[in-house]
Design a protein around this ligand. Structure first.
Ligand code: ZN
Length: 378
């Protein structure tokens, strides 16, 4: 089966969508829903491409003029709606009225990124809502003749972010859908979609990806074999997050993890306080990287426990640090790996509940130190 966008699996849904076109049973409106990163947004784009592909079979062919324009999301028939920060608007203002050329360029950039990687979120300026003016503008456009042959397709990403006025405006489109127009809503939060909208859409569920599917996709995208388990764990199965983790991030994570463990094992008090300060700064400046570092340390002890128990090395999360973990386990013969793992886990939990982070970290480092070499520093 041909594909236009780089999407992972969901073969049943792909087949089902293909069949609607073959059998002339394309509905007016769909609601694609599933957990973040399962591909519902990308498949909305893929379906738009299938539907407008000019080849008779193997849609989307990837070769015809329509497929070329779809691939870059520059097709005249495709209308994308997404959360955006607008500033204040009058009733009939277009949604981008308050944006200057630089802002528009940023929006174009976001759309280009989405075209390259359909798992990227299309959410310029971290918009939290889809404003009603965006829906009104779409309404004005879709009742006009399509600029190109084929179907007009409106895709509303994160449709749950339409506030009630926007949702009601959208409902009016659903009630009187223009000819040869396909409406697709996507969401990872179906409960937040108005029931009146839900009931007018055909629903299609995109289940979370299996680790096998995600692992294969990461391999195809050039992630090193010995880092695949780590990337899957760090991303919690979300393809978008997984792909965003670059080789440089993972290399730095490895260095930071090893450095922290060295400092904790040696336990020179001034070095330990330096370490605390570095962690605190990291959390302020790059919270995602901080979260990954904490997880990475917890995986280290999880892996140490696995090696101690003589379980297979293929179970390791830090496969790229196998040699270091093996040495660590052999050197610290008294290591309570599970105890150290729990200390990290507990600290992650405390920090998420906004305790005083410096104290939580010192406490965690101290507990880890004691579990690495029990009896040495008490
Ligand atoms: Zn085509």
């Amino acid at each position: 089966m041909n594909r236009l966008f780089n999407l992972v699996n969901q073969q049943d849904n792909r087949q089902l969508l293909m069949n609607t076109i073959r059998n002339g049973r394309v509905a007016n409106a769909y609601l694609f829903h599933g957990p973040e990163g399962s591909g519902q947004e990308g498949f909305a784009l893929e379906y738009a491409a299938m539907l407008n592909c000019q080849s008779r079979e193997n849609q989307p062919c990837g070769q015809c003029p329509s497929c070329h324009k779809m691939k870059t999301l520059e097709h005249g028939n495709i209308h994308l709606v997404f959360p955006i920060r607008t500033g204040s608007l009058e009733k009939n203002d277009p949604p981008f009225k308050n944006f200057g050329p630089d802002d528009m360029e940023e929006i174009q950039n976001c759309i280009r990124k989405k075209a390259e990687n359909p798992y990227e979120k299309l959410c310029p300026f971290d918009g939290k809502h889809i404003p009603i003016n965006f829906i009104r503008e779409i309404r004005r456009k879709i009742y006009l003749t399509a600029p190109e042959p084929g179907y007009k397709v409106v895709i509303v990403f994160d449709a749950d972010l339409m506030m009630e006025p926007a949702a009601n405006a959208f409902l009016k489109i659903l009630e009187e859908p223009p000819d040869k127009t396909l409406l697709i809503l996507t969401t990872s939060n179906i409960d937040a979609i108005l029931p009146t909208i839900r009931s007018r859409c055909q629903r299609l569920h995109f289940p979370a990806l299996s680790t096998t599917d995600l692992g294969n996709h990461l391999r195809e995208n050039g992630i090193r074999e010995d880092r695949i388990n780590l990337v899957m764990r760090l991303s919690g199965g979300d393809v978008r997050q997984a792909i965003q983790l670059k080789e440089a991030d993972l290399g730095r994570l490895r260095e930071m993890t090893l450095e922290a463990l060295r400092m904790i094992a040696i336990w020179k008090i001034d070095k330990v306080y330096d370490l605390v300060n570095r962690f605190v700064t990291l959390r302020k400046e790059n919270p995602d990287e901080f979260d990954r570092l904490m997880l990475s340390i917890s995986f280290w002890f999880r892996d140490a426990a696995i090696l101690k128990a003589g379980k297979p090395e293929s179970d390791l999360v830090h496969a790229d640090m196998q040699i270091e973990i093996r040495k660590f386990v052999d050197y610290y013969t008294e290591l309570d790996a599970f105890g150290a793992y729990s200390a990290v886990d507990n600290c992650i939990d405390l920090i998420s509940r906004n305790v005083y982070i410096n104290l939580a970290l010192v406490n965690m480092f101290f507990k880890i130190h004691n579990r690495i070499q029990p009896g040495k520093s008490q």
